[in-house]
Design a protein around this ligand. Structure first.
Ligand SMILES: CC(C)(COP(=O)(O)OP(=O)(O)OC[C@H]1O[C@@H](n2cnc3c(N)ncnc32)[C@H](O)[C@@H]1OP(=O)(O)O)[C@@H](O)C(=O)NCCC(=O)NCCS
Length: 191
């Protein structure tokens, strides 16, 4: 992937814009990823050191592994989380998205939905991908709802797949096809 993203935004999406991650974001990202309340929702449940986080941001910036972006509030310019796409398969034109809003005051207020819409528009329009996958734990209904709001549908369920707080949670496999995305983009942006 040779393209360098400066930022992604849309005037009708009033809550957030996306920009590339910077090394100076590392301590914030480290705080988020090591927070037990957040970690219970994500598939990589290992603790990460500051230097691991810095290295991850460096690789996120080189554009080879996928795209990883910071979610910034438009109102106060606050970095509230990250999202991205990885495992891009150029032959089959698909990839896998993931997101994390680390500032918990912003959960459930539509910030994740706007951020995901901006990323999806880019991956369908500019990267030419056709299918986007994601996984979500059964213990995370907010994340499942937000994926469904942006058009993802459940394709399957890996039962009793991941230990979460001592209980084996199911893992839903979700996917969104390009043609199902554009009506949702239109609903939010009018375009
Ligand atoms: C998952 C995440 C990115 C979603 O972003 P968000 O800004 O919180 O989500 P949104 O507000 O855009 O959408 C959430 C939807 O879920 C709904 N919701 C919230 N809590 C819910 C619950 N317990 N059950 C069902 N739906 C719920 C909200 O009402 C909202 O739908 P609505 O706008 O129709 O009312 C964010 O919450 C987050 O990062 N959480 C912690 C880490 C995480 O879970 N990462 C994802 C791993 S797959």
């Amino acid at each position: 992937m040779s393209e360098i993203i400066i930022s992604l935004a849309h005037p009708k999406l009033e809550k957030v814009y996306l920009r590339p991650l910077e090394k100076s974001d590392a301590s914030r990202c480290c705080r988020w990823i090591n927070d037990a309340e957040i970690r219970q929702f994500i598939s990589n449940q290992n603790l990460l050191s500051f230097s691991q986080e810095e290295k991850w941001i460096e690789s996120a910036n080189n554009g080879k592994e996928g795209i990883n972006l910071a979610i910034i509030t438009k109102e106060k310019n606050i970095h509230i989380g990250n999202l991205g796409i990885c495992d891009i398969d150029w032959i089959n034109r698909r990839g896998t998205t993931g997101a994390l809003i680390g500032e918990k005051d912003y959960w459930g207020k539509g910030y994740g939905t706007e951020a995901k819409l901006l990323l999806l528009k880019h991956v369908f329009d500019s990267l030419g991908l056709e299918k986007i996958c994601s996984t979500v734990l059964s213990t995370n209904p907010r994340s499942k709802a937000y994926l469904e709001k942006t058009g993802y549908q459940e394709e399957g369920c890996l039962r009793r797949h991941q230990l979460v707080n001592g209980i084996k949670a199911d893992l839903f496999v979700m996917a969104l096809f390009r043609e199902d995305f554009y009506p949702i983009w239109k609903k939010y942006t009018g375009e």
